[in-house]
Design a protein around this ligand. Structure first.
Ligand SMILES: Cc1cc2nc3c(=O)[nH]c(=O)nc-3n(C[C@H](O)[C@H](O)[C@H](O)COP(=O)(O)OP(=O)(O)OC[C@H]3O[C@@H](n4cnc5c(N)ncnc54)[C@H](O)[C@@H]3O)c2cc1C
Length: 818
């Protein structure tokens, strides 16, 4: 294709003309940024988009952001033709998800209640109704279907062309036949792009290069660890009975989806064990390409899928198709501003749902670029969550085998990814193995989730939505923390040393709380953006003047590092990532002082070592930083130990622990303990869309501190605006039986008003406990809460609950300060 003449400069250059690049261009132009150029290497849609099956499905995700993006996408594709005159092929044929196993039925009942709350009109239907809507499906083993009348299908090429046309109509330029060979940057900021036809100077770059995004990013030092993999469908010869208006049928239990395609049946597959493609790199000239199918590998899955629509076994196959699609290590897209380079945005790694989320993702990214912040929860999507080692060929090759199949697995809440394990282990790993820890993947770390008692094996067994065999082990760990003392290996926490003459003022600027007071104090604080919503939730410990320790959760690691880097400017302050330098052991519970006092000469009495005190103490042959703080609501200490002394300290603690009944506890216990105390967890129950006041963290805001902080004006403005109508509440189900995980819809007086963002089982409170963001038309105050009749939908049944603004466990902090 003859390249068109390029402009010298543009405000935004988008790289890649698949569905995502065109959607970003469309939305930027619609939102008023018209000085946009999209550069496509070859022709629009020539990468992955051209061969997508075009399923447009809003049902099935436990993420509010993803669900709302799907609903928006469907609505956009429905109206694009009227706007642009370009057909999209969108047809609201309907969509049915079938459940033929009890656990899937439970999952879909849970997710359908949540999806309805997010605007999806989904209904459970009987097997007979499934048969009526899709008469060629076998339904004798079906337990139920979940039907969305407004969902359906679209033509991915036509939709992309319509988005491109809509973008052009608003003033954006789209240039085909122009590969970007490099992104130019200076001083840590994007300055332009290089093509064979010349450079374009620009302020922003958006890498929408699909499965090429990793290679392109690597040229600028930007980490985008996605990997392409084989993805299959076939199309049969004509089946006379099959109608074009039949709904899309999806049956994850048999790995298949089905829809009509030019009179035949399209049968698509999500096999549980899949095949990465071109780990070494996707060829630069791969266009409108397909891959040689490996039908030997696929036959068992295909046979199972065909059994759902038996006529497919007797009908000839017109087309076998295998094409590549990008997958990410955690099956979430890679979105946002690269931590490595300012104004370098990424939207890639679509995990087989780029068409059905593409409209929403383009809108989200355009908003993020224009406003400087996203307007939806992006904590699960943020590019900063990913780590450089995840781009290693061996890691990608290993993890991707599992990724595609995860789409159709039953999404049990305690499922942990099984591939590419053991990438990061704490210094105590082998000791904890010997203690029968069951590990789960925590940002690549092997972290103990629970411990099997002597004589039992730490095996997960059959996953379930109900109580699992290890429930009593977990309950015992929980009780030990409330009544005795536990030790927890938290070495995966993100730790930063911030030092320098202006380190204190720098951290004060970021922190809503006062963090630069007396040395030897830990402070719990949030970092806000200018809108006053949360960017981070962490602790800052002042070790000395000009010397601070910042500790955040593992999932926030990259974002916290990036936030500091972006705000550092010329300050005399230096940030060092010391995560690997310190092991972290948390010793918690009413007998924790007694235990620690037995292994140190430091005076740990309440007077000498009060709550929030941080001091270096002797412990055996080691010097450790001991901080009196808790994340589970008891008297407790966090020990930061030089990694090489971790085993020694651990051995001393365990030896002394014999006299006080020290118990090893895992992350399940951490979750149940902290949720009883209503302690927050960023990225789980609070996120970037919540203000610090809505999150119930106003107590940690020092509005009057000298010099202010980022977001202070927004906090003051929200305070001045009067009582809040959106607030995080703690909820306790009064029936001890049901379990909550995430997404359970909350009702006040029968009216849906929010959903549970994070939940666990409160072994002390005696029921499922969680945190839910509640929205109402009137002020949310204690009296309004107490006057309400609260219920929660759990897997289709309503259960009474208690709601509270104050923690239901130890609201007066007596245990913490004891
Ligand atoms: C068999 C199959 C079935 C699928 N079915 C569905 C479905 O039913 N529903 C659904 O939602 N999704 C489906 N998908 C997934 C969907 O196709 C993808 O998620 C989506 O197309 C990804 O879009 P993209 O824009 O990110 O990537 P692409 O479409 O690959 O676009 C990236 C573009 O970037 C260009 N590019 C790369 N490097 C450069 C460079 N250096 N300079 C300039 N341009 C560059 C490429 O040429 C390419 O056109 C399916 C995928 C497969 C394989």
């Amino acid at each position: 294709m003859a390249p068109a003449e390029l402009p010298d400069r543009a405000r935004v250059v988008i790289i890649g003309g698949g569905i995502i690049g065109c959607s970003v261009a469309y939305h930027l132009a619609h939102m008023g940024w018209k000085d946009v150029v999209l550069l496509e290497r070859d022709q629009l849609t020539c990468g992955t988009t051209w061969h997508a099956a075009g399923l447009i499905v809003s049902f099935g995700s436990f993420s509010e952001t993803s669900t709302r993006m799907r609903v928006y996408t469907r609505e956009l594709y429905d109206r694009l033709e009227a706007e642009t005159g370009q057909a999209t092929g969108f047809k609201a044929t309907g969509f049915i998800e079938v459940a033929s196993e009890p656990d899937r039925l439970e999952e879909y009942r849970r997710v359908s209640a949540f999806n309805r709350r997010c605007g999806v009109d989904v209904h459970e239907i009987s097997p007979a109704e499934v048969a009526e809507l899709f008469p060629l499906a076998r339904t004798d083993d079906v337990l139920a279907g979940f039907y969305v009348e407004d969902d359906g299908r679209a033509n991915p090429v036509d939709v992309t062309m319509a988005l491109a046309k809509g973008a052009r109509m608003q003033g954006a330029r789209i240039v085909e036949g122009t590969p970007v060979v490099d992104v130019l940057h200076h001083g840590g900021r994007v300055t332009g792009v290089r093509t064979e036809q010349g450079d374009i100077e620009c302020e922003y770059v958006v890498n929408c290069a699909g499965m090429w995004a990793r290679q392109l990013g690597a040229r600028s030092g930007v980490n985008i660890p996605l990997q392409s993999a084989e993805h299959y469908y076939l199309i049969t010869e004509r089946i006379p009975k099959l109608g074009p208006s039949w709904p899309v049928l999806e049956d994850p239990g048999s790995y298949g989806y089905f829809r009509e395609e030019v009179g035949g049946l399209m049968l698509g597959l999500f096999e549980p064990v899949c095949a990465p493609w071109k780990v070494e790199g996707v060829p630069d000239d791969f266009s409108f390409g397909s891959l040689p199918p490996d039908w030997d590998r696929m036959t068992p899955y295909l046979e199972k899928a065909m059994a759902r629509v038996p006529i497919s076994m007797e009908t000839g196959v017109k087309k076998f198709f295998c094409g590549p699609e990008s997958f990410t290590p955690d099956l979430q897209p890679i979105v946002g501003e690269a931590p490595e380079l300012a104004n370098y945005f990424v939207a890639a790694g679509m995990n087989s749902i780029g068409i059905l989320t593409g409209g929403g993702l383009g809108r989200l990214l355009a908003h993020w670029i224009i406003e400087g912040e996203p307007d939806v929860d992006v904590t699960g999507f943020d590019i900063a969550r990913l780590h450089p080692y995840q781009a290693n060929p061996d890691y990608r090759r290993t993890r991707t085998v599992e990724s595609l199949g995860m789409v159709y697995q039953c999404h049990y809440p305690t499922r942990s990814l099984q591939t590419a394990r053991g990438a990061k282990r704490s210094a105590l790993h082998d000791r904890l193995v010997a203690r029968r820890a069951h590990f789960r993947d925590v940002s690549g770390w092997e972290a103990p989730d629970w411990y099997a008692p002597p004589g039992a094996l730490p095996e997960i067994g059959q996953l379930s939505w109900g109580r699992q065999h290890w429930f009593p082990y977990w309950a015992a760990e929980h009780r030990a923390a409330r009544e005795g003392v536990i030790v927890m290996d938290m070495s995966f926490m993100a730790k930063f040393r911030v030092q320098g003459r202006e380190a204190g003022t720098f951290l004060e600027q970021l922190s809503a709380n006062r963090v630069d007071g007396e040395p030897g104090m830990i402070t719990y604080t949030q970092w806000l953006n200018r809108r006053g919503t949360l960017e981070a939730d962490l602790t800052v410990t002042k070790l000395d003047d000009g010397d601070y320790l910042v500790v955040a959760s593992d999932t926030a690691h990259g974002h916290v590092a990036a936030w500091m880097k972006r705000h550092l400017g010329d300050a005399h302050a230096f940030v060092g990532d010391v995560t690997s330098g310190y092991a972290q052991l948390n010793v918690q519970g009413p007998r924790s002082r007694e235990l620690l006092q037995a292994v140190t000469s430091a005076d740990l009495s309440n007077e000498a070592f009060p709550f929030r005190c941080a001091r270096e103490i002797d412990l055996g042959f080691a010097r450790v930083l001991c901080i009196r703080i808790t994340y589970l609501g008891e008297l407790g200490y966090e020990l930061y130990i030089p990694t090489e002394q971790a085993v020694h300290v651990y051995e001393r603690l365990v030896a002394a622990g014999e006299r006080v009944g020290l118990v090893h506890a895992g992350l399940e216990a951490l979750a149940s303990l902290r949720l009883e105390k209503a302690y927050r967890d960023y990225g789980h129950d609070i996120d970037n869309t919540d203000t610090v006041l809505e999150a119930g963290l106003g107590f940690a805001v020092a509005v009057d501190k000298p010099g202010g902080f980022i977001g202070r004006d927004a906090v003051l403005a929200q305070k001045a605006a009067g009582p809040l109508r959106k607030r995080l509440l703690q909820l306790l189900v009064t029936d001890p039986e049901p379990l909550m995980f995430h997404g359970e819809v909350v009702y006040r007086d029968g009216v849906s008003c929010g959903y549970v963002r994070a939940a666990s089982y409160g072994h002390t409170l005696g029921g499922a406990v969680g945190l839910a963001m509640i929205e109402a038309d009137e002020p949310i105050k204690a009296a309004w809460i107490d006057a309400g009749d609260w219920t929660i939908d759990i897997a289709g049944s309503r259960y009474p609950a208690r709601a509270s603004l104050r923690p239901l466990y130890d609201p007066r902090m007596e245990r913490v300060r004891s």
